[in-house]
Design a protein around this ligand. Sequence first.
Ligand code: ADP
Ligand code: ASP
Ligand code: MG
Length: 411
Amino acid sequence: MARIVAKFGGTSVADTARIERAADKIAAEVARGHEVAVVVSAMSGVTNQLVEYCRQISPGHDAREYDAVVASGEQVTAGLMAIALQKRGVAARSWMGWQVPLRTDDVHGKARILDIDTTRMSDSMRAKEVPVLAGFQGVTDEQRISTLGRGGSDTTGVALASALKADRCDIYTDVDGVYTTDPRIVPEARKINKISYEEMLELASLGAKVLQVRSVEMAFKQNMPVQVLSSFDDAIGSDLPGTLVTREEDIMEKSVVNGVAYSKDDAKITLAGVPDVPGVAAKLFGPLADANVNVDMIVQNVSLDGKSTDMTFTVPLGELDRAKDVLSKIKEFKGVKVLTDTQIAKVSVVGIGMRSHAGVALTMFKALAERGINIYVISTSEIKISVIISKEYLELAVRALHTAYGLDKTA
Ligand code: ADP
Ligand code: ASP
Ligand code: MG
């Protein structure tokens, strides 16, 4: 007998028929003698609609009320899932974050989980009741409802699995595992059977939204096995048909490049004619950090005349206006020209085998050059290489890299 947390994403609970299908899987796991706790997302599209309602009334809305509104989608599906389980003769009850309680900090809209008190939930599980926890939401010490950021139900799933000391967290979604790249844009993408926490963390933070970044961070820290699988297939989680996210030591085959990720959520800022004197970078990035602007990739050109230079960096698209505002207030940068570009995309290749292989970057640069794709900015870490290119070449670049690293299904 295993203890399993099963999380169902938005498309897996998109309507009552899908909720019933998900309930069938849970009932089958229970019938096999497993102890199951369930985490659900809102029906697909619902959270977007709720976010839009807040924006329509006031774009600068109170973040606490935003959370009260957007957390409601998960309340509906938790109740419906409990009803669907009861219909199958499985004792079940819904739990809202505040009822558990699942405590978070007070960073509304992007709160972090502080702890989950599972005392009452464990009692109910001992009495053979399946708990159905509303994902994405928690409660602050001020007794306000909080939410964990978009895609946050994945994090609820992993956090609950670790609090309940589960054997595994199953993430049911609309694809049957983690692929070498987004299967929606590259049909040749291959399913990965096992992937390391490190690689999954890079892929998720570089744009592969199949798992929320924080859920992977938490699984890595807690050493919690996570399995991504489809809720549309007939198989159930215990038959292990999906992708297992696990420790590097448990993976025999270490690919040089295991996946390609992309994101369209960045903007590029170039400062032309920055004075080439010590301390300039601190004068620039200090105020940006103070204003909570997340600077990602940075390049500074060598000064040709010894007096001034150019500096380019990327920021999240949603933080561009704030960044521009900060820049306009730095007095040392009075004569500096600020050029912004929102038509960019970031494409990254990730693989733990990169640590022990040379020439990985060269393959990337050649593949892009052959298609006439210009690289604006490059950044690397031990297991990833990212480039910024023009947004119009995004799909072409992802496909080209997928082929160049031998990831295509037919290869
Ligand atoms: P859910 O609603 O179940 O949480 P998401 O839409 O958040 O589902 O995540 C699943 C989606 O992630 C897939 O439909 C797929 O388009 C996308 N995706 C992006 N990169 C990958 C990848 N490398 N492997 C699998 N899916 C990916
Ligand atoms: N419903 C939330 C969202 O759409 C959380 C989730 O689905 O994970 O972002
Ligand atoms: Mg998701």
